[in-house]
Design a protein around this ligand. Structure first.
Ligand SMILES: Cc1cc2nc3c(=O)[nH]c(=O)nc-3n(C[C@H](O)[C@H](O)[C@H](O)COP(=O)(O)OP(=O)(O)OC[C@H]3O[C@@H](n4cnc5c(N)ncnc54)[C@H](O)[C@@H]3O)c2cc1C
Ligand SMILES: *[C@@H]1O[C@H](CO)[C@@H](O)[C@H](O)[C@H]1NC(C)=O
Ligand SMILES: *[C@@H]1O[C@H](CO)[C@@H](O)[C@H](O)[C@H]1NC(C)=O
Ligand SMILES: *[C@@H]1O[C@H](CO)[C@@H](O)[C@H](O)[C@H]1NC(C)=O
Ligand SMILES: *[C@@H]1O[C@H](CO)[C@@H](O)[C@H](O)[C@H]1NC(C)=O
Ligand SMILES: *[C@@H]1O[C@H](CO)[C@@H](O)[C@H](O)[C@H]1NC(C)=O
Ligand SMILES: *[C@@H]1O[C@H](CO)[C@@H](O)[C@H](O)[C@H]1NC(C)=O
Ligand SMILES: *[C@@H]1O[C@H](CO)[C@@H](O)[C@H](O)[C@H]1NC(C)=O
Length: 527
């Protein structure tokens, strides 16, 4: 450690004496030595449990010296811009000591080694849609912002797209739409490729292909020892399994090679109703029947949402329908368009880019945000019951300033689940024998910290009451979807004992010092 500090000190003086160009020259000629030295030092320092208080200041100045122009500090334009690229206020108000935006995987590798030598805690950000503090930002630590890793490259045979892990889905889709191609990814324009894919990844086309994590041919990963490796089912089957649902526990992914398929326009939009018992019951039944009938047509998808709308002083509901072909009113979705009395409808032929931009508009950032989730077996009555529990929890607090509370039902059809077993299977612990299922999530946004306790109280009460109700009706299911979960919810425990044991073993094999857990404290951890 002292050796490295000395070296940094000496080089620091040199930096002061030189201007930018010369500095970069020195570093690039010595970068291999640096990497070696840091690697040696980090191996020697791994068991130190105490963090150096100056660790992140040191890490930041070293990276700033070594990779000039890629590090930003508070109050600079670059830092403030990157801080503004978080969806939830809880993340946007975390203030790291510095932000590092590497332009290549080697930079990520240098950072991974540097944080170990300096014992600096860090966070990694892709699209910044994680909702709670610390998910992809960190107070007083180092935030590695992947936004510059933004390549989108289609293979010559058009069957694979290599996507830098800092891309937002809209940038991937707009490149692919032009070529009549697509991939499995997020449904809101600004969501990041990184977080969505590592947690699972429900797409408009999942009925045909499964989740995003089932459609990655190869991951380029920076390991805890700083090495950069290509992880596929054939090279590292155990780690490949772990990355399919393992979140940020297994390395920093710098590139995803995504299975790519032909895709043209689709039919999509939403049908909105004011709340009534009859219509709500009919739409909930329609979710049940879609789950039953999905195997006859994997192109149909729905997101059914109920929300309290403060400006109406009433509950409303909206069935967001998607059909993966440019065919209007397909029979598979007919039960969702049947109920009369829609107050708004915008169903029509569109493309993926435009559709995700419209979803982006209806999910604005800049609020306090919380998501919670549970999963239930397919049942026509449980959805009515969960909706009523939600209404019961929200009505007493419906004057919370600028609050938009929503409960969302999505069929997890056996079409989708059948792809979970591809290439050795993903880590989520769900098989078609469990399905079909319904993913339930609540999403609440509001604006004042004074209301935090009320909102969190209602949300957590909703989850425990709902889960109890589901289990009492014999339709409980343990899965807690990482991408929709609140930090208080148990994610990996519910992948099943066997899968959790496998994940832990993979971690011990490739990351014996638990760098991704100990030095990267944010988000869901396997231990
Ligand atoms: C408005 C909205 C719409 C959504 N729609 C969908 C949807 O359609 N389908 C769906 O499945 N989910 C959806 N989600 C959930 C979404 O998938 C998660 O919030 C996801 O974590 C967002 O990914 P991100 O990269 O934007 O977030 P970030 O906050 O950047 O990252 C989330 C976590 O992943 C880690 N991470 C990100 N990139 C990497 C990487 N390259 N290597 C290692 N770790 C990494 C981060 O460290 C962080 O812990 C939605 C969320 C919101 C808020
Ligand atoms: C660096 O300093 C040298 C000598 O002062 C000068 O000639 C050169 O233009 C400077 N380069 C930059 C990029 O400022
Ligand atoms: C790192 O450790 C290896 C093996 O112990 C040694 O050969 C090498 O010289 C060390 N490198 C540096 C830069 O200290
Ligand atoms: C997608 O739809 C938008 C809006 O209708 C349109 O402007 C755009 O050209 C379309 N893109 C492609 C590739 O067709
Ligand atoms: C629509 O709902 C009815 C029951 O009301 C059901 O019999 C039918 O199978 C459903 N159709 C589809 C396509 O889900
Ligand atoms: C998504 O919405 C945010 C505001 O919530 C906006 O800043 C951003 O530009 C939007 N992205 C796209 C692609 O429309
Ligand atoms: C519901 O209860 C089951 C069984 O006790 C548990 O495994 C699961 O984590 C719970 N789900 C949620 C969302 O709390
Ligand atoms: C509508 O009312 C019936 C009869 O009281 C009830 O069984 C059902 O759960 C209600 N539906 C909803 C969505 O509340």
């Amino acid at each position: 450690m002292r050796h490295l500090l000395l070296l940094l000190g000496v080089l620091g003086l040199e930096v002061a004496a030189q201007n930018g160009t010369l500095t970069i020259g020195i570093v690039s000629s010595q970068i291999d030595d640096f990497l070696q030295l840091i690697q040696n030092e980090s191996l020697a320092n791994r068991d130190t449990s105490s963090r150096q208080p100056s660790g992140c200041a040191l890490a930041c100045s070293f990276l700033n010296f070594a990779l000039r122009g890629q590090v930003s500090f508070p109050e600079s334009t670059v830092y403030e811009y990157q801080e503004s690229r978080y969806w939830s206020v809880f993340q946007a108000t975390d203030t790291p000591t510095c932000r590092f935006a590497p332009i290549d995987p080697l930079g990520v590798s240098l950072a991974v080694l540097t944080v170990q030598v300096t014992q600096c805690e860090f966070a990694v950000k892709s699209g910044g849609h994680g909702m709670f503090s610390g998910a992809s930002n960190i107070d007083g630590g180092l935030t590695i912002d992947l936004l510059k890793l933004n390549q989108v490259t289609v293979s010559a045979d058009q069957t694979q797209t290599s996507v830098g892990s800092g891309n937002r889905w809209v940038d991937v889709y707009s490149a692919l739409d032009l070529k009549g191609l697509s991939v499995i990814g997020g449904r809101v324009a600004d969501i990041g490729v990184g977080g969505l894919t590592l947690g699972g990844g429900m797409s408009f086309f999942s009925g045909r292909y499964g989740w995003a994590c089932d459609n990655v041919n190869t991951y380029e990963v920076v390991f805890a020892d700083g090495s950069i490796r290509e992880v596929s089912y054939s090279t590292y089957p155990d780690l490949y399994f772990a990355l399919r649902g393992g979140g940020n526990n297994f390395g920093i992914v710098t590139r995803f090679d995504l299975l790519t398929f032909p895709q043209g326009d689709l039919w999509a939009g939403s049908q909105t109703y004011l709340y009534s018992n009859e219509t709500a019951s009919a739409l909930n039944d329609a979710v049940y029947w879609l789950n039953v009938n999905a195997p006859s047509d994997p192109f149909g998808q729905v997101i059914l949402a109920y929300a309290y709308v403060q400006s109406f002083g009433a509950w409303a509901m909206s069935a967001d329908l998607q059909y993966g072909k440019p065919v209007a009113y397909p029979p598979i979705l007919s039960n969702f368009t049947k109920p009369p009395g829609a107050i708004a409808t915008d169903l029509g032929i569109t493309n993926l880019t435009a559709l995700t931009v419209s979803f982006n508009d209806t999910n604005p950032g800049g609020f306090r945000e919380t998501y919670w989730t549970l999963t239930v077996k397919n049942s026509p009555t449980i959805l009515n019951d969960l909706l009523n529990i939600f209404i019961d929890e929200i009505n007493p607090i419906n004057t919370v300033a600028n609050m938009t509370p929503a409960i969302v039902f999505q069929p997890l059809t056996n079409n989708i689940i059948s792809h979970f077993s591809r290439n050795g299977g993903n880590a989520l612990g769900i098989t078609t024998a469990d399905g079909p299922l319904i993913l339930v999530n609540i999403a609440i946004s509001w604006s004042s910290a004074n209301d935090d306790a009320k909102v969190f109280g209602a949300a957590s009460s909703f989850i425990s009451r709902s889960n109890t109700t589901a289990y009492s009706q014999g339709v409980g299911f343990p899965f807690v979807y990482q991408n929709y979960a609140a930090l208080q919810q148990p994610v990996f425990e519910n992948y099943g004992q066997k899968n959790l044991a496998k994940l832990r073993a993979v971690s011990e094999k490739y990351d014996p010092f638990s760098v991704w857990q100990k030095l990267q404290p944010g988000y869901f951890k396997i231990f």
